[in-house]
Write a protein that binds this ligand. Structure first.
Ligand code: HEM
Length: 342
């Protein structure tokens, strides 16, 4: 058989220690599985969703309550999207906490960060597509933040919103970005990311002489574990989708600029909390960008992490990077909890 992309991702054998769940947490593979679920369920939703301000929320109601299995498909899409955010952050932490983010894996780490940013935008645009009262914060506060950017703000707002106020042009732009622009970018970056794992020498592992366990597992064993993990995650996703319906609310009557009691989607609650603390540009735009830039700077700040310290949990030479990443994620969690308690 000619070698193909599958063989590229599954070499004949890989180190047993680095293929264990307790090392990878299965997070990268789960990310691929959730992305596939999102592509399939999203494509099915497109048969019923209507991207117009008058019809959007009603078409979501039709899909949820009238279309056979429509509610299940929508719930699967919703829960897969939420899980992807969590799983990607877990994967990011595992990569940093195992010292796998430095050269030769620096470029792939940066590709991964790009994926994380795209996933957040995908979640944000998908959330706004509901165009119901539940997404008012995302629509109004999210887009108004753009206006606070010095010099560029007004034109950026016009570009994203499609005019000077929220309306039909906004929805069609969000729709196109969601189902086409961002999705295509995630697919391309995702394939590139997976491809690079092998190009960079496979999953990071200490040099053979310094390994405590030199056992390897075969490609078939890897696939067996992947299939098992996929079946378990599919079952968990079905249980979530069957028990906890995706949020739904009354259609937006007028896309005014008033916020009322509106809340951010959970993954942006931290920004809503930050915005209560001071200047909107600093809190809502600059601080999130500084956090992302700090993550991007880690492999440059710690590039001398020795190879014998890569490929196992919490290497000593990576303590600084571990503390910075844990600090940012902890701050994110605390701000999210504070806002959700309000
Ligand atoms: C949708 C998002 C993502 C998917 C589907 C994904 C997928 C994967 C997979 C399947 C692997 C190999 C197995 C594993 O480590 O679990 C991997 C490795 C890797 N990922 Fe990701 N990833 C994503 C996001 C990220 C992010 C946010 C980062 C960091 C900023 C990142 C950085 C890396 C690095 C550096 C490796 C090599 C790890 C090593 O050698 O141990 N990835 N990714």
């Amino acid at each position: 058989m000619r070698p193909n992309f599958f063989h590229h991702l599954h070499p004949p054998s890989i180190p047993a220690e680095q293929s264990r769940f307790r090392y990878t947490l299965g997070a990268g593979g789960l990310g691929i599985f959730l992305s596939l679920v999102l592509l399939v369920t999203g494509a099915l939703e497109m048969f019923f969703y209507i991207p117009s301000p008058e019809q959007a929320a009603l078409s979501v109601q039709t899909l949820t309550y009238l279309v056979p299995y429509g509610g299940l498909i929508r719930n699967l899409h919703y829960w897969a999207a939420q899980a992807l955010v969590v799983v990607t952050v877990v994967h990011l932490l595992r990569v940093i906490f195992t010292g796998s983010f430095v050269p030769p894996r620096r470029f792939n780490y940066l590709l991964g960060l790009g994926l994380l940013a795209l996933i957040l935008f995908l979640d944000f645009t998908g959330y706004a597509l509901r165009w119901d009262e539940g997404v008012r914060w995302a629509l109004v506060a999210g887009t108004n933040l753009l206006k606070t950017i010095p010099s560029l703000g007004k034109s950026l707002y016009g570009l994203v919103v499609g005019g000077s106020t929220l309306g039909a042009a906004t929805l069609i732009r969000f729709y196109s970005w969601h189902v086409f622009g961002l999705t295509l970018a995630v697919v391309i970056l995702g394939i590139w990311h997976a491809f690079r794992v092998r190009r960079d020498g496979g999953i990071a592992a200490p040099p053979p002489k310094q390994r405590t366990n030199n056992a390897r597992i075969s490609r078939f064993e890897l696939v067996r574990r992947e299939v098992l993990a996929m079946l378990l995650s599919a079952a968990a996703l079905f249980v979530l989708a069957a028990l906890l319906p995706a949020p739904i609310a009354a259609p937006i009557q007028a896309a005014s600029d008033s916020l009322g009691e509106a809340r951010a989607p959970w993954f942006f609650l931290w920004i809503q909390q930050l915005l209560r603390l001071g200047n909107p540009f600093w809190m809502g735009v600059a601080i999130p960008l500084i956090a992302l830039t700090t993550f991007a700077a880690l492999p440059y700040l710690f590039e001398t992490l020795p190879t014998d310290q890569q490929g196992h949990w919490f290497p000593r030479a990576g303590r600084g990077a571990q503390a910075i990443a844990a600090g940012i994620v902890l701050a994110w969690l605390v701000l999210t909890i504070l806002e959700s308690l309000r």
